[in-house]
Design a protein around this ligand. Structure first.
Ligand SMILES: [Zn+2]
Length: 218
């Protein structure tokens, strides 16, 4: 049966998906439910290992959409635009002015990003330098799971780092004034504090108490 064009989109959709669920109506009627129809229509994609970094309770949507695009390498960096066939004269990073501006360099390879991520790690009680994009993503994917305070802080901090670097890059690109690593760090710290201030935190735990003190969470 051809689908008429002079009917509403919802009716056209019902006609289009009808063959996919027709088999449900041939069995016993007590097995039929809205859920079973929905499950038959739903496309289930395999889970990705980094899902907890992007979709977690308490996330900040504007941060996490940038994280999601960064993980998929869909942010329009200068190298990415060049790859897409655009004529980009200068591909250098807007932070250091030395290396080509690609995702891997911008977020964890550039000295500016390394300083910011190192300061964020220190704030969380981790004293090490920044590694490559792949290493940091693997580390975050493996370590930031769960409901502990440190996991919640790290998820927000990771997203805050990626968002702040991208925002700073855009600010410099469009003529805004350059901000320091410390200014970005204070912004990230404030965002984490505001996000966690009203949540339940077990303060009797020494690690949690120390983390709250470093982040100024009342
Ligand atoms: Zn750079």
């Amino acid at each position: 049966m051809s689908i008429p064009t002079n009917v509403s989109w919802s009716f056209r959709y019902i006609l289009r998906v009808r063959p996919s669920v027709l088999h449900l109506f041939t069995g016993p009627i007590h097995n039929l439910s809205v859920r079973s129809i929905r499950d038959n229509l739903r496309i289930i994609f395999p889970k990705v290992s980094w899902q907890y970094l992007v979709w977690f309770p308490g996330r900040i949507p504007k941060h996490n959409i940038i994280v999601w695009m960064a993980i998929l390498d869909r942010l329009p960096t200068r190298v990415w635009l060049l790859r897409m066939g655009l004529s980009i004269v200068d591909v250098k990073c807007l932070m250091c002015g030395i290396e080509p501006e690609c995702r891997d360099h911008m977020f964890f390879g550039c000295n500016f990003a390394k300083d910011l991520w190192g300061a964020i790690l220190a704030l969380c009680g981790v004293y090490r330098g920044a590694c490559s994009w792949e290493s940091e993503l693997s580390w975050a994917t493996y370590c930031f799971k769960g409901k502990s305070l440190i996991a919640r802080v790290f998820r927000l901090a990771w997203a805050g780092h990626v968002y702040s670097i991208w925002k700073e890059r855009n600010c410099r690109l469009y003529g805004g004034s350059a901000r320091s690593v410390d200014a970005l760090l204070q912004d990230i710290k404030a965002v984490i504090r505001i996000r966690l201030e009203r949540s339940t935190i077990c303060r009797s735990d020494e690690c949690n108490a120390a983390l709250c003190a470093r982040l100024d969470i009342a």
